[in-house]
Design a protein around this ligand. Structure first.
Ligand SMILES: C[S@@+](CC[C@H](N)C(=O)[O-])C[C@H]1O[C@@H](n2cnc3c(N)ncnc32)[C@H](O)[C@@H]1O
Length: 217
């Protein structure tokens, strides 16, 4: 599978390291983080869900466990190696989750196809223009009564959060983090047309959860 063109920081080159590293880098807090994300997703069994920037599909697969045979969930990621790993995990777990390569700024889905779009730790991988395009695409593929759940880096609320966030910006040479660290995600969601934007949770002094409704066309 060849890489899909995007300016986003895809993780094709480190895909095989992602699962072993993520729990260590999160100091063993991955499971709790996934549980919180699922709580904010508040899945009902027949939902049609899209997970954007799904990586190796850990969240997608947990969400799939809450769906009935009428429900569906698909994860997309710009890194084909992430998708290959996610598909292998889905096969091992006999999951209904499906995965395909794709980029958030050009979603390969019809208007109004999903009841829930989720993105977990994805938005800080794309620059301002791609964030604008990605939120517009998330809005487009949601049904009028659909909703968005996003978990990502936000304006830091503790010294440790500030040090971690800005160290990431400068040591990893990642300017895409700046809009996150300046707390711009909710504004970008609103500009894309989302309404009722809430921040129900903020953890580790750095990461926030947002929920929003698509609203009428
Ligand atoms: C930090 S990982 C998060 C993975 C997963 N959502 C999780 O919670 O573990 C961010 C993912 O975004 C993907 N990505 C980067 N740019 C992208 C784009 N433009 N469209 C879709 N995925 C992209 C990367 O390849 C990577 O797998």
């Amino acid at each position: 599978m060849s890489r899909i063109e995007t300016r986003g920081r895809h993780l094709n080159h480190v895909a095989t390291l992602y699962d072993p590293l993520i729990d260590r880098l999160s100091f063993g807090r991955e499971q709790r983080f996934r549980e919180l994300t699922l709580r904010h997703m508040a899945i009902t069994p027949d939902e049609q869900i899209l997970d954007i920037g799904c990586g190796t599909g850990s969240l997608t697969l947990l969400a799939a466990e809450q769906l009935s045979a009428k429900g569906s969930i698909i994860g997309i990621d710009a890194a084909p190696k992430m998708i290959t790993l996610a598909q292998a995990k889905a096969k091992r777990q006999d999951s209904i989750a499906r995965f395909q390569s794709g980029v958030a700024e050009r979603l390969p889905f019809a208007d109004g196809q999903f009841s829930l779009v989720v993105s977990s730790m994805f938005c800080h991988h794309i620059d301002r223009e791609l964030k604008q395009l990605a939120f517009a695409e998330m809005h487009r593929v949601l049904r009028p009564d659909g909703r968005l759940v996003t978990a990502d880096i936000d304006s830091p609320s503790t010294l440790l959060g500030w040090l971690t966030g800005w160290a990431g910006r400068w040591l990893l040479f990642q300017p895409e983090l700046e809009d996150n660290l300046h707390g711009k995600l909710p504004t970008l969601m609103a500009e894309a047309g989302f309404i009722d934007i809430c921040r129900p949770d903020h953890v580790h002094g750095l990461i926030s959860f947002w929920t929003a409704n698509r609203g009428p066309a």
